[in-house]
Design a protein around this ligand. Structure first.
Ligand SMILES: Cc1ncc(C[n+]2csc(CCOP(=O)(O)OP(=O)(O)O)c2C)c(N)n1
Length: 285
């Protein structure tokens, strides 16, 4: 398989140069390398520029409400565990409106992969501050600068017990594709936060700004992603140097293990022909 097996015919409506293109290409490469056909893949998103990504890949797609991508992804995985379920979401969608869902689904630990396109703004709605926007950043709404401290998603995920916490960069497609493959192979909830320049609304954290600072953590054999406290310190590193890679990894029991779900046939295989739904139909139609 190659990336072309996942090509969709939808017209792409992102700005030229948007970091979302790098994430799209990396995901297609990763899916090709994983070798699963489009019928076995479900991409789930909410609303935003990032959330348009599933339209641009040939696979199953569920495009729901703003901030609510994770709940249907979790439900779909539990009902049909043979699917590879991947969420593509923005920093606003995932950490803002969907903040509750990411927190508690990290705790639930269903086997899905969440890719956050972190451009540090609300791109679709024209550049307002998101939870990851830097303190003091000026926008057309935050005209005196952002007054709230930014949320640190990797530190949050490690503190919540997420078993796979990684950071990618949209301009390093080979590396991001590898991270996505590792995230999908991980059993349990995997979070991949991707640094994604927004060429229209974030003139601060540009390609130039990131490219000068990022370095690859997993090139350093002495770094142990299994050491939670070292990982927490790494996740907090931000400034002249910004680490990319698998920051924290731990094998854990999943929700499916704890509930014994893997031992019974998936919901999708249940025979529903004898279930009488006439009363429900009468009430709601
Ligand atoms: C319930 C609800 N609240 C707000 C909106 C408006 N809205 C749509 S997308 C969005 C933010 C998108 O930002 P982000 O998730 O960071 O994605 P990006 O567009 O930057 O990729 C907002 C506030 C909405 N559609 N629904």
């Amino acid at each position: 398989m190659d990336s072309n097996d996942f090509k969709s015919n939808d017209e792409i409506t992102w700005c030229p140069g948007c970091g979302d293109f790098g994430i799209l290409n990396s995901l297609k490469k990763a899916l090709a390398a994983l070798g699963r056909p489009p019928k076995d893949i479900l991409l789930v998103s909410g609303i935003g520029q990032a959330a348009k990504l599933p339209h641009y890949i040939k696979a199953n797609c569920f495009n729901g409400l703003h901030g609510r991508a994770i709940p249907p992804a979790v439900a779909a995985k539990i009902a049909n565990r043979d699917l590879t379920v991947i969420v593509t979401t923005g920093d606003g969608d995932c950490y803002g409106e969907g903040g509750n869902h990411i927190m508690h689904n990290i705790r639930r630990n269903v086997d899905i992969t969440v890719i956050v396109h972190n451009n540090q703004v609300y791109g679709l709605t024209k550049g307002q501050a998101s939870p990851t926007t830097d303190l003091g950043f000026l926008t057309k709404v935050q005209v005196h600068g952002v007054v709230m401290e930014p949320l640190h998603p990797l530190e949050m995920a490690i503190a919540l017990g997420c078993g796979f916490v990684a950071r990618g960069y949209s301009a390093d497609s080979e590396h991001l594709s590898w991270l996505i493959q590792e995230g999908v192979k991980h059993r349990g909830f995997a979070l991949i936060d991707v640094l994604q320049p927004c060429v229209t609304y974030n003139k601060k954290n540009t390609y130039e700004w990131y490219t000068k600072r990022v370095y690859k953590l997993n090139d350093d054999a002495s770094y142990d992603p299994g050491d939670k406290y070292a990982a927490y310190r790494k996740a907090a590193e931000w400034g002249d140097k910004i680490p990319l890679g698998i920051i924290y990894r731990a094998e854990k029991e999943t929700y499916e293990d704890r509930r014994g779900i893997n031992k019974i046939p998936p919901l999708i295989e249940e025979d529903i022909k004898d279930i009488d739904i006439s009363a429900a139909l009468k009430e709601f139609i």
